[in-house]
Every structure is written in C-alpha cells, then in structure tokens.
Design a protein around this ligand. Sequence first.
Ligand SMILES: [Zn+2]
Ligand SMILES: [Zn+2]
Length: 351
Amino acid sequence: MSLYERVGNIHIHTLFSDGTASPTDVAAIAERVGLDYILITDHIAYPREFQGWHGHTLVLIGEEVHAPASPHLNHFLAFNAGEDVARYGDQPQRLIDAVRARGGLGFIAHPYERSGAFVSEPEINWVAWDADGYTGLEIWNYMSEFKAHVTTLPRALLYAFFPQLAITGPFPETLAKWDQLQHTRRIVGIGGSDAHATIYHLGPLARRVFSYQHLFRSVNTHLLVSSPWTGDASQDAQLVYQALAAGRAFVAYGGLAPARGFSFTAECDGATYTMGDEFSIHSEAIFRARVPARAHLRLIHNGACVAEATGTELIHRSSAPGFYRIEALRHYAFRERGWVYSNPIYVISAR
Ligand SMILES: [Zn+2]
Ligand SMILES: [Zn+2]
C-alpha cells in the first residue's frame, strides 16, 4: 500500500470558544503556513458548517468536551462524531462510549499538566483513568508544555520572545503513561497545539503568546494516509480519520527542524511494516528509522530504550515481540530537545 504524508495541526480553538480568530481566518493562516489539514476543537461547540476544503487545507471540526460541573478536569477531544457530544460530558465513560458509538475517535487531551507559577491558569489533568475505549492520548500539548516552563517573570519574557528555548519535549510522565497503557492495548499518540492565540500580560508587556501562525509551525501531527486527496471533503476526512485510528502517525516539533520525510519501518519475511502496523514474528525483523536532519535517535521497545544512534538513520535487529517506537532529539541552545515521536509498530509472537 502506498502511503502519503499529510502534515496537520490538531487541537485548535477559535471564536466559537476561547480562541481569537474565526475558523475561516484560522484556515487561511493554516493554508499560508502550508498545512495539509487542521482539526478544530472548540470547547463545547461544534461548528460543523466550517468543515471542508479551504484552499489547499482540509478543515475538520471536532470538539473538546468536559463535564460542565468540573471544567478543570478530564478534557476530551472528540473527532468525527458527526454531532455535538457535549451533553455526554458529565461522565468520561459515557462520553467515550458516545463518541465510539457514532463511529468517532476520542483522545485524552493534555493528560498531565504542570502550570508554571507565573501563569495564573489552573492545571487541567485527566483523572478518569478507569475509563477505557478511547483511541489515544495527546502525548505532546504545545501550550501545556510552554506554560509549565513559565515560572518567573524573566523567564516569561525570555520565552515569549524565544519560545524555542522553553520547549524541551513531551512530559516524561505522559510518555511513561503512554508506554504503560500500550502493555494492555493499542493507544494512538497525537500532538496538539491547544492554539488559542491568547494575549498574555507579562508585566509591562502584552504579547500574543502565540499567534496561530507560530503554533502551526510548532507541534504537528504527521499522518500517513492511504491514498492521494480526492478533492471530496468527506472522503478526504475519512482518509485522515483512518490514519489517526490506525496510528499511522508521528508527532514532530517544527521549531527544531522540518520533519517531513521521517520514516520508521520494520522488515520481516520480505514484508515492510510501518507505524500502526502489526505483524507476527517468525524470524528476525530489521527496524529502521530515518530522519531528514541529524538527530539522536532512540528505539523504545516495551517502554525501554534498546538502541540508540546519532545521525540520520538507526538500524536494529530484533526478534522480540512487543511494541517499538522511535524518539528523535536534537541539540539546540545547550541541551537536547524532543523533535520527533513516532507511533509504535506492534510485533506479536508467532507462537
Ligand atoms: Zn483542554
Ligand atoms: Zn484546548
């Protein structure tokens, strides 16, 4: 099967909730930045009339839902539910089930937040870990990470003007939880920007931290879709949702380097598999990751790093079942920072 890489931004707020631009204006910005798709998720709002092709960018409408009584807990991203599902928001399991029953996909938003002391915003964590049936997790939420690092006024000022200094990668506790959950079943990882383009007041300065334009060049979710765009918005939406459901995806931070062209495959018995694929292993498999710029590559098997390489390629042979994923880090301003996070390839025992 030929696969086509589509780069898009997920988890965007507009004027339909607490964002600062209309869906049409947000779509125009995404097109200028060169995004193939965007997924708008306003709080408790589902303006589906904006779904469709806006120039060269496919605009999809989802929704971010929480319980009305506890707005600072359990934020959930519902995609492709076909209707407003906010009325199920009072119970996470009901909400997850309602999205699934409608053929939709559901992702836990910013599962762990760490709001820095300087940002007077509450931490919004997922606490309903007993609930199940969701598609996956937002493994990297750009604005959550940014807020966590803003602990003092000087830092706030520095990071507002040089955001690449603040961004280091997904929270380790989120990656650890993702790996832990993968031991029970497949959990798809996505990246979100949580784009609001809100203006923050930093002492004497008011600065829009950050513009939609900036956010659309930051944490994106790259998908491998199974056919070229058809031009029909509903068919093309299904290509996006199928790739998301299958985990044919990786998350990348464009602030370090462009990540288009990243690949992670496993070759076994003459067949080649990629992210989201599953195969049973009879003999040795060759795992291969390639990145479009020099990086520190780490192969994670069942949650532990089993191979590392520095450069543009990592090759590793293994016959052990389990789930394999790649992390790529790059050096910038005195430290290593997270750049690319793949979804796993799943290997099952032939016996
Ligand atoms: Zn949220
Ligand atoms: Zn949000």
